[in-house]
Design a protein around this ligand. Structure first.
Ligand SMILES: [Fe+2]
Length: 270
């Protein structure tokens, strides 16, 4: 069984497949293709164990070895996750690894414990947003470069940051990326922005803030966004190179727990 149901015209497809076929990689090529074309792919109620999730991930890419052999626990509870503090940055639109030269190729989450309220995951298709730009904007944006830094996200999470915190954030990698990512393998173009976008080069702070807010408003319009409402066991996979994602607000003391696997980036963002 391999059935696909497009959820909205521009983003999101549900796949119906047996767990055995998913984990074995029988349809890996089809799934990889769907992730690229539809940005977000959902396998409802799949109920993968940690081992099964890693096995499936290995059929569509190279697993990044973080957490327990590639499975990171995403939680706001510091007794569960040692990156709980940074997870608060996930409430804002972002690209995983945007502060690196090689952002993750794809990210996947399995829902283990849900939040009592909120906590949907939203994926925004930035290939589609780029495609719909008028030609003069495509031309204008092709010259724009943006600085990405952890500091930008953490300033939102901790608006009353100390000098020591600022110094700590600044020890992490930061990058200057083009606003438009021209993917060499597919020839497609996507927009690169989100909470890590700190400032636009060669613009005043005022103009840069206004520009970034405007382009975020544009790219996150409803027609480009898939909102996933979780049920325990759902598996959600997205193409991290042509999307942004965020978690909708949920209680900071929630026990919400997601098991995340990321696939190694295959193309430098340049
Ligand atoms: Fe993320």
């Amino acid at each position: 069984m391999f059935e696909t149901i497009d959820i909205s015209p521009r983003v999101g497809t549900e796949v119906k497949i047996s767990k055995a076929d998913l984990v074995s990689g029988k349809y890996a090529a089809e799934i990889e293709d769907l992730i690229k074309k539809r940005s977000a792919v959902v396998f409802k109620g799949m109920g993968l164990s940690a081992e099964e999730q890693l096995e499936f991930a290995g059929t569509i890419g190279t697993v990044t070895l973080l957490g327990e052999n590639g499975l990171s626990k995403i939680s706001l509870d510091p007794t569960v996750s040692d990156t709980a503090d940074y997870t608060r940055g996930a409430f804002y639109w972002h690209i995983d690894g945007a502060n690196d030269l090689y952002p993750a190729k794809a990210t996947m989450l399995t829902a283990e414990t849900l939040s009592e309220w909120g906590g949907d995951t939203l994926i925004c298709n930035t290939y589609a947003a780029y495609d719909d730009l008028p030609d003069e904007k495509k031309e204008e944006y092709s010259r724009i470069k943006v600085r990405h830094a952890l500091e930008a996200t953490q300033r939102m999470v901790h608006p009353d940051y100390s000098y020591a915190e600022l110094q700590r954030w600044r020890t992490r990698p930061s990058q200057t990326h083009p606003l438009v990512w021209h993917h060499k393998d597919s020839g497609l173009k996507s927009l690169v922005m989100g909470a890590t976008a700190y400032y636009v080069h060669d613009m005043s702070r005022e103009d840069s803030d206004a520009f970034l807010a405007q382009i975020m408003d544009y790219a996150t319009q409803d027609q480009y966004v898939y909102r996933h409402k979780w049920t325990v066991g759902d598996l959600l996979v997205w193409d991290n190179t042509g999307t942004m994602h965020r978690a909708d607000t949920y209680s900071l003391d929630s026990k919400r727990l997601m098991n995340r696997t990321t696939l190694e980036g295959e193309e430098a963002l340049s």
